[in-house]
Design a protein around this ligand. Sequence first.
Ligand code: BT5
Length: 265
Amino acid sequence: SAVEFGLDAPYRVEYHDSIGSTNDRARELAASADRDEVVVLADEQTGSRGRLDREWTAPSGGIWASLLLAPERPPAHVPLFTLAAAVATTSACREAGVDARIKWPNDVLVPGSTVDDATAGTGRESAGERGRGGAKLAGILTEMEGEADRVSWLVVGIGVNANVARESLPVGATSLRAETGDVDRRVFVQRLLERFHELREAPESVLPAWREYSATLGRRVRVETPGGVVEGEAVDVTFPGALIVRTPDGERTVHAGDCEHLRTA
Ligand code: BT5
C-alpha cells in the first residue's frame, strides 16, 4: 500500500513483494471501473516483459514500476510520455551519481561502464561491432489502448536495475549497485515520479531535456524499423518522439524501431 511504501506521490501507489509483471497488473487495473492514476511497484517480477515480447529479468532489489495513466491526449502523442519517462528515469539515476544517458527511444545506458558489451542489452550478443554505447541500466515498455482521438489507458512500465548484483542480470546490463552502490528505492522512485510529473505539466520541455541526456544524437546509428533498416547519423529527435536520421538518400524520420549505435570509424 501507499502507506507502507511511504511515498508522497500524485498517484495512488500499489506495492507488491512479488508479482508476474507490474505492466500486466496495471492493465488489469485499467480494465476496472476505477479511473485513478496508479503506480504499481514490485520488489521482484517473475514474468516481466520487454518490448516485442522479449524477456525482462527483474530480480528482487530492482525498481519495477508501472504507471497507469489516463491522459486526455490522442494516441499519437503517447511516444512523448515514453520519452518523458526516460528523462525522469535518467534524471533520478544522475541524482544517484551515475552518468546515465538515453539511447533512442528509451533505453537508459551507462556509457562509461566497465560492462560495455557490444550489444548493450539488445539481446543480440554476437552482433559484432554494432550496439556500442554502454551498459543497459534501465528500460521502458509503454502499452496503451485508445480511439483515434483519445487514449483510453496508457501504461508506462519502467525497470531500473537498482540494488541488484550484475551477476543476476543478462550480459550487457549494469545496475546502480554495480555503478555507484545501493540506493534508497523510496527516494529514487519519489524523484522519478516528481520529475515525470513536472514533464507532464510542461510537455514542451520533454524534447529539450531528452536531447540533453541523449547518447544517440550525433552518433552513427543503425535502426531496425518495421519498414526496414535505416542507417546514418542521428541528427535530432522530433515530436512526438521520432528520430531524424541523415542518410545518403536524405533525412529519414523514424517513428519506431531498435536502434544500435555504430562505432565511429
Ligand atoms: C525494454 O525492452 O527495455 C523494456 C523493459 C521494461 C521493463 C519494465 S519493469 C516494469 C514493467 N513491467 C514489465 O513487465 N515490464 C516493465 P527491450 O528494449 O525490448 O529490451 C529487452 C532486452 O533487454 C532483452 O532482450 C535482454 O537482452 C535485455 N534485458 C533483459 N532484462 C534486462 C535487465 N534487467 N537489464 C538490462 N537489460 C535487460
